[in-house]
Write a protein that binds this ligand. Structure first.
Ligand SMILES: Cc1cc2nc3c(=O)[nH]c(=O)nc-3n(C[C@H](O)[C@H](O)[C@H](O)COP(=O)(O)OP(=O)(O)OC[C@H]3O[C@@H](n4cnc5c(N)ncnc54)[C@H](O)[C@@H]3O)c2cc1C
Ligand code: SF4
Length: 325
C-alpha cells in the first residue's frame, strides 16, 4: 500500500523547483516508475510534484550547432517515432522502440527513463540492502542471474534504461535546473557508480530536474545501432545490450563508441574494445577481436557468467550488421 502524500501539479518550472524544495518531495513525469517505487517502499514521499503539464519540457528542436534538443517530457513513443531521430540518431530510436510495452512507452517519458530506479529484486523487495543504507548486498550470496558483470563494487545492479546507452554513445548531455540554477552534464558523467556512492544512481542533487537532452550534430560517416537481448520477446529489461556509434572513413573506423546495457550499474563504455577497433577495417578478424575485448574485464557473480558469451555473440552479430549496412 502507498503511504499518503500531497500532490501538486505545477504550471511553471520555477514552481516545480520551489515545490521540490519541501520535505521528501519527488518528481512525477509519466509516473510509470515513481508509483511502483512508492508502492514497493523503495522510498517514501510526502509530496509528489507533477511536471507533466510543463509545455516547455516537450517537443524537439534543432540546436544552432546542428544537433537536436529533446525535451525531458517527450514520451518514449515520441522518441521512437520521431522522423528526425530515426533518421539522424537511429540507435536512440531503436533503443526507445525496445523499452517495455506500447502502453508504458506512451506514458513514460525520456526524462523519467534516464532517472528511473534500478530493478534489483532485493532492492524492490523488503530487503534493507546496501543501496538503501543497509549493511550488505543480498545478491552476492543470493540470486544474481540479472545482475552486473562489470563495475559492481558492493552493489551489483544493472542500469535499467535502454535509451541511456544510446545517448552516451552519441555523446549527449542533459540540461538540469535546480535550487542553485542551471547546469549541463555530459551523460557519461551523469551516472554514479557504486564505488563513488552506493546510495545514488545519478549526480542529481535534491530538487534538481532534468529539463532536456542535447544531442551533438551527427558526424560524417556515422553508423549507429542499438541491440538488446531479453529473456522474453515481449516487454522486458535487457539481459545484454549494446549501443554502437562508429565513424567510418574510407572503410576504416576512425572513432568508436561501444556502450553496454544489462552489464553494469551505469551505461558501460567498453574502452579496450573501442581502442582496438579504432583505426581498423571492419572485417571478421577485427569484429572477433572487438567482441572478445568487450568482456575481457568481466567479473561475473555466481549465476550470471552466461552473460559473457551472450555479449560476445551479440556484439559480433551487431558489428557484422553494421559492416553490411
Ligand atoms: C513493467 C515495466 C517494464 C519496463 N521495461 C523497461 C525496459 O525494457 N527498458 C527501459 O529502459 N525501461 C523500462 N521500464 C522503465 C520505464 O521505461 C520507465 O518507467 C519510464 O521511462 C519512466 O518514465 P516516467 O515518465 O513514467 O517516469 P516517472 O515514473 O514519473 O519517474 C521515474 C523516476 O525519475 C524521476 N524523474 C522523472 N522525470 C524526471 C526529470 N525530468 N528530472 C529528474 N527526475 C525525474 C522521478 O522522480 C522518479 O524517481 C519499464 C517499466 C515497467 C513498469
Ligand atoms: S545489487 Fe545493489 S540494490 Fe541489489 S541487493 Fe545488492 S546492494 Fe541492493
Amino acid at each position: 500500500m502507498i503511504s499518503g502524500f500531497s500532490y501538486m501539479k505545477v504550471k511553471t518550472i520555477q514552481d516545480a523547483v520551489s515545490g521540490l524544495a519541501k520535505g521528501s518531495a519527488r518528481i512525477h513525469a509519466g509516473g510509470t516508475d515513481l508509483l511502483g517505487c512508492l508502492q514497493d517502499h523503495v522510498f517514501s514521499s510526502d509530496m509528489v510534484v507533477s511536471i507533466s503539464g510543463l509545455k516547455e519540457l516537450k517537443g524537439t528542436r534543432e540546436t544552432p550547432e546542428g544537433g537536436l534538443s529533446v525535451g525531458a517530457l517527450n514520451t518514449i513513443t515520441d522518441i521512437s517515432e520521431s522522423p528526425v531521430i530515426r533518421d539522424r540518431y537511429p540507435a536512440l530510436a531503436q533503443a526507445a522502440a525496445q523499452v517495455a510495452s506500447p502502453q508504458l512507452r506512451n506514458q513514460g517519458t525520456i526524462g523519467g527513463n534516464l532517472c528511473q530506479k534500478p530493478r534489483c529484486w532485493y532492492y524492490r523487495g523488503e530487503f534493507h540492502c546496501l543501496r538503501k543504507g543497509g549493511d550488505r548486498c543480498y545478491a552476492v550470496a543470493g540470486e544474481s542471474y540479472y545482475h552486473c558483470i562489470f563495475g559492481g563494487d558492493g552493489c551489483y545492479i544493472v542500469h535499467p534504461s535502454d535509451t541511456a546507452p544510446a545517448l552516451v554513445a552519441y555523446g549527449a548531455a542533459v540540461n538540469i535546473i535546480g535550487p542553485v540554477g542551471m547546469r549541463t552534464v555530459s551523460l557519461d558523467h551523469f551516472y554514479v557508480s557504486p564505488s563513488k556512492d552506493v546510495t545514488k544512481e545519478t549526480v542529481l542533487e535534491p530538487g534538481e530536474i532534468v529539463t532536456g537532452i542535447v544531442l551533438p550534430p551527427p558526424v560524417k560517416g556515422l553508423k549507429s545501432s542499438y541491440r538488446k537481448v531479453r529473456a522474453r520477446r515481449s516487454w522486458d529489461f535487457a539481459l545484454a545490450g549494446v549501443a554502437l556509434s562508429l565513424q567510418i572513413s574510407e572503410g576504416k573506423v576512425t572513432n568508436a563508441r561501444i556502450v553496454l546495457s544489462g552489464a553494469a550499474p551505469i551505461p558501460w563504455l567498453a574502452f579496450d574494445a573501442e581502442k582496438a577497433l579504432t583505426g581498423s577495417i571492419l572485417d571478421s578478424d577485427s569484429i572477433k577481436r572487438t567482441a572478445a575485448l568487450t568482456v575481457n574485464r568481466a567479473l561475473p557473480l555466481k549465476h550470471n557468467a552466461y552473460k559473457i558469451p551472450l555479449f560476445i555473440g551479440m556484439i559480433e552479430e551487431e558489428l557484422i550488421n553494421i559492416s553490411k549496412a
